[in-house]
Write a protein that binds this ligand. Structure first.
Ligand SMILES: Nc1nc2c(c(=O)[nH]1)N[C@@H](CN(C=O)c1ccc(C(=O)N[C@@H](CCC(=O)O)C(=O)O)cc1)CN2
Length: 291
């Protein structure tokens, strides 16, 4: 079998077109969507992601505000900026790019963002709402994965889904979304005994481990949908300098029914869902002010 490729770049383009239409309609009603992005420190990957978020906003007709801080900035300075942005009615979305330097208490920073403007969906209240299947901002990467799964037409209700990874950003919200959609979900992680026993049972396999080419074809059920959330830069070997996922694409594509590539899979959908959450927040603000 050779798997069908789930093209995240193409899907992202299509969804971004719809987002731009919604943003233009809001602007015409006097509520131009606006996203504030805070980048702390000089992590090169974070700088790329923030640049891409700002560029994505511009293309979709979303205003963006960018605030850059040195790695040694005092947490109080960032907290004061968040309070200012929370109070600004022209700002609909606020995000702090992760990871943060060590002097920061990540949970405290994420909780300092207003729940209504938490377009990353990392605030504990949004996480709680998602776990109860209530309306909430959904974290962008797992939300993008759900859109990709929908695009394949694979039935989620009753499916066996296995998520490898239990991070707050991807693994846990991914498991909640799949559960809410009716899948039977197993969450595997570094302490899981006999990982392959679980992965080989999965109709839907989501890999978010952070280990290059960790999931091989031998660990995949024939015909499964394989979603690769990993983004790893290889440091040695013939592919040094290249990006790869957590899935060994070549062997996995021989077994899976459908698979996401890296790059060009889940990554582009992550930023797309951020843009959508910002537009949703602006639509709610417009409704509240009767526009
Ligand atoms: N505040 C947040 N911080 C982080 C998040 C997040 O959702 N919110 N997620 C990740 C990083 N991330 C977005 O911030 C992100 C990662 C990757 C991509 C992407 O488009 N990847 C491309 C490859 C890009 C490259 O060349 O490096 C791809 O997979 O095709 C977008 C966003 C951690 N921090």
């Amino acid at each position: 079998m050779t798997a069908r490729i789930i093209d995240g770049k193409a899907l992202a383009e299509q969804v971004r077109g719809e987002i731009a239409t919604r943003a233009a309609a809001l602007a015409a009603r006097g509520e131009q969507p606006c996203l504030a992005v805070l980048l702390i420190g000089a992590d090169p990957a974070s700088a790329v992601y923030v640049r891409n978020k700002v560029a994505g906003c511009e293309k979709a007709g979303i205003r963006s505000l960018r605030f850059d801080y040195s790695a040694d900035v005092a947490p109080d300075v960032v907290m004061a900026k968040l309070a200012e942005l929370n109070a600004d009615p022209a700002v609909h979305g606020i995000l702090v790019q992760l990871p943060l330097p060590p002097q920061f208490d990540e949970a405290a920073v994420l909780e300092a963002i207003s729940v209504e403007k938490d377009v990353d969906g990392f605030h504990a209240e949004n996480v709680g709402r998602l776990s109860q299947n209530q309306e909430a901002f959904i974290p962008c990467t797992p939300h993008g994965v759900m859109k990709m799964l929908e695009s394949t037409g694979v039935p989620l209700a009753g499916a066996e889904a296995v998520v490898i990874g239990r991070s707050n950003i991807v693994g846990k919200p991914m498991a909640m979304l799949l559960t809410n959609a009716g899948a039977t979900v197993t969450v595997c992680h570094s302490k899981t005994r006999d990982l392959a026993f679980h992965t080989r049972r999965a109709d839907i396999l989501v890999a978010a481990v952070g280990k290059p080419r960790f999931v091989t074809g031998a660990m995949i059920k024939p015909g499964a949908v394989v979603i690769d959330v990993g983004i790893n830069r290889l440091t040695d070997g013939p592919d040094a300098g290249k990006l790869c996922g957590d899935v060994d694409f070549d062997s996995a594509a021989q077994v899976a029914g459908a698979i996401t590539p890296v790059p060009g899979g889940v990554g582009p959908m992550t930023i797309t869902m951020l843009l959508e959450n910002t537009v949703i927040s602006a639509e709610r603000a417009a409704r509240r002010s009767g526009r």
